[in-house]
Design a protein around this ligand. Structure first.
Ligand SMILES: NC(=O)C[C@H](N)C(=O)O
Length: 321
């Protein structure tokens, strides 16, 4: 097979420069476009700067555009690997959105940087070089969307940004990375048990807020949502999946309004489980109809709910979490 890679640049720190005052700013011309010549690759590489935005500016419109561009690149232009450079703040969300929406075994690899292009110790080019290596590795096929940063490979489904500035920010809590970039090759040592894809061109139901709980939280916010136009709610619950009793009236209001409620944990490691049988405990919440999500963090569960709410499902929604 002739290797033909497409790099889609979207912006983020990897495409930014530090100015004289020490603040990091977007460059008019993405510096990565010229840098590619300095990287080693036996493949033909094309690149496009499809957006030039910091990743807190990324939204559903960008995601749909990116999905459509990648599908064209894979199914019509026959690229054998796709690399996306992206800001790190929302990189995990873009990665998981693409995983849920594109049905392909072609490697789709996201990377970014914590230090901008002209900063001492900039990690942008080495991460891009690693992403190219991963995209060219045959074992990278059929692994879903991958995130490559700091010599590690992570599954889009579970990776998350864990540090505001450290180059080792991307981690996969509970499970660890799925592979490593060695000096000259790529080593994989775990694989997801299943990759899910859901067909859609655009999404109609998009109002899915993510609410974090805290000790002593009341029901006001949840009741407000129950009376709003929202399509579903994700709640970051306490511990294994429990809520303060003062939240329960809000949860009931949501469920009575036929608004699906998905529960994740605000704890960094582990999965939600219906362990406790006390007021607000997970067992009772599940009996009420709250959906427990296994292993996804809040922002990923939100994306999954968003996608599922726009599907014709042949099983109950809870079966998909
Ligand atoms: N390191 C980064 O890329 C952070 C930046 N704020 C962004 O997400 O665009």
């Amino acid at each position: 097979m002739i290797n033909k890679l497409l790099i889609l640049h979207t912006g983020g720190t990897i495409s930014m420069n530090e100015g004289d005052n020490g603040h990091v700013v977007l460059s008019q011309e993405n510096p990565l476009l010229a840098s590619i010549k300095t990287l080693h690759s036996p493949a033909k590489i094309d690149q496009e700067a499809i957006f030039n935005v910091p990743s807190p500016h990324i939204n559903l419109t960008h995601w749909i555009y990116l999905k459509t561009r990648i599908e064209k690149a894979i199914f019509q232009e026959h690229y054998t690997g796709i690399i996306i450079t992206h800001g790190t703040d929302t990189l995990e969300e873009t990665a998981y959105f693409l995983e849920l929406s594109i049905d392909t075994d072609i490697p789709i690899v996201l990377t970014g940087a914590m230090r901008s292009n002209n900063e001492l110790g900039s990690d942008g080019l080495i991460n891009l070089q690693s992403a190219i290596l991963v995209a060219l590795t045959p074992e990278s096929r059929d692994r879903g969307v991958l995130v490559v940063m700091n010599d590690e490979i992570h599954h889009a489904k579970f990776v998350t940004k864990t540090h505001t500035t450290n180059v080792a920010t991307f981690q996969t809590p509970t499970f660890g990375p799925c592979g490593l970039i060695a000096k000259h090759n790529v080593l994989y040592f775990q694989r997801l048990t299943c990759y899910e894809h859901f067909p859609f061109e655009h999404l109609e139901k998009t109002n899915v807020p993510l609410i974090k709980t805290y000790a002593g939280m009341d029901s006001e916010l949840l009741k407000y949502l129950a009376n709003s136009e929202c399509d579903g709610v994700v709640i970051e619950a306490l511990g294994a999946g429990n809520l303060p009793p003062t939240c329960l009236a809000g949860v009931s209001a949501l469920l009575n309004a036929q608004i699906p409620v998905v529960l994740v944990s605000r704890a960094f490691n582990g999965v939600t489980q219906d362990v406790y049988d006390y007021v607000g405990g997970g067992r009772r919440l599940k009996q009420e109809g709250v959906i427990f999500s296994t292993g996804l963090n809040g922002q990923k569960a939100r994306i999954k709910l968003l996608v599922l709410l726009n599907q014709q499902l042949n099983q109950p929604l809870s079966n998909y979490f």
